[in-house]
Design a protein around this ligand. Structure first.
Ligand code: B12
Ligand code: SF4
Ligand code: SF4
Length: 222
């Protein structure tokens, strides 16, 4: 039953537009769940993690800053992620189980820069990739060129395991980052945040996006 549910959800996610799919145990992610949903989440032992691969043709138009085609692609992919997680939740509820889809991109606490759930940590536990030098979830084949989303559920499912891969000798994102936020000592969140905030102030932007370490990683892996 667990394996059958997993396969059915995996197929549905793929039909609706997801490129990658995995399942993590909710209990491993307790510290990455916002208090607003903690009680509800504790009754749903699995987190379905999905991802959509970004188009390299779009990423490769980036030179030294985000541009308008990246901004529109970012929105398209978020919108599709929200569609897929909603469709998975609809199916699960129709089968008599609980499901809670989490938005692809929504910040609930602006001081701490946190969401209802950290999709990266869910994807890490679901075996969709490893933690990269760029602080992003790196898929072994698509690199950090994947956007992520998640659904809590109590439908019986098999949990996946994390994968052992890592960045190895690669340093492509260190060279690409305009803020020097990625270095031998790790990831400097303040430098990255200051850079994406500065980009957001430009005319017609408003979003806290960048994409340069994503582009570097997608090309390094793929
Ligand atoms: C708020 C937010 C931001 C904020 C701050 C994010 C942050 N805290 O790092 C800002 C605006 C700066 C930002 C920037 C970007 N973001 Co953002 N962001 C989010 C959002 C909405 C919430 C993140 C969150 O919950 N943080 C809370 C803390 C607890 O979790 P965390 O940040 O994941 O983890 C921290 C630590 O655990 C630590 N850590 C360090 N090393 C290790 C090692 C291990 C093994 C572990 C477990 C943890 C760990 O790193 C983090 C601290 O910085 C998520 C969507 C979501 N719901 O997850 C997208 C999300 C993380 N963003 C994403 C992306 C792509 C970006 C940008 C590239 C912008 C862009 N799209 O062009 C940059 C990249 C910055 C970078 N290199 O990390 C993607 C990441 C996809 C991926 N493949 O990983 C997400 C998941 C959106 C999505 N739906 O796909 N983001
Ligand atoms: S999002 Fe931009 S500023 Fe932040 S680490 Fe990546 S390349 Fe650097
Ligand atoms: S570009 Fe290379 S070093 Fe940076 S996160 Fe991706 S694999 Fe790791």
């Amino acid at each position: 039953m667990k394996a059958g549910n997993y396969q059915r959800l995996r197929e549905l996610a793929g039909q609706q537009g997801a490129d990658i799919f995995g399942v993590a145990a909710t209990e491993k992610l307790a510290k990455y769940i916002d208090p607003e949903i903690a009680e509800a989440a504790s009754q749903m032992p699995h987190i379905i993690s999905i991802g959509i691969r970004l188009q390299k043709s779009v990423l490769n138009t980036l030179t030294d800053a985000p541009n308008q085609i990246y901004k529109t692609h970012y929105r398209q992919v978020n919108s599709t992620l929200d569609h897929v997680t909603h469709e998975l939740a609809r199916y699960i509820q129709s089968e008599g189980y609980q499901a809670m889809p989490i938005a692809a991109s929504f910040t609930i606490d602006w001081d701490k820069q946190t969401a209802h759930l950290s999709h990266r940590h869910a994807a890490l536990e679901a075996g969709l990739g490893f933690w990269g030098r760029n602080n992003l979830l790196v898929h072994p084949q698509f690199g950090a060129g994947v956007r992520l989303s998640s659904v809590f559920t109590d439908m019986p499912l098999v949990d996946d395991e994390p994968i052992p891969n890592d960045c190895g000798e690669c340093t492509a994102c260190m060279i690409a980052c305009p803020a020097e936020a990625i270095n031998e000592n790790g990831f400097d969140f303040d430098k990255c945040y200051a850079q994406v905030k500065a980009f957001s102030k430009r005319k017609n932007y408003s979003l806290y996006i960048c994409g340069l370490c994503v582009k570097a990683c997608a090309n390094a892996r793929g």
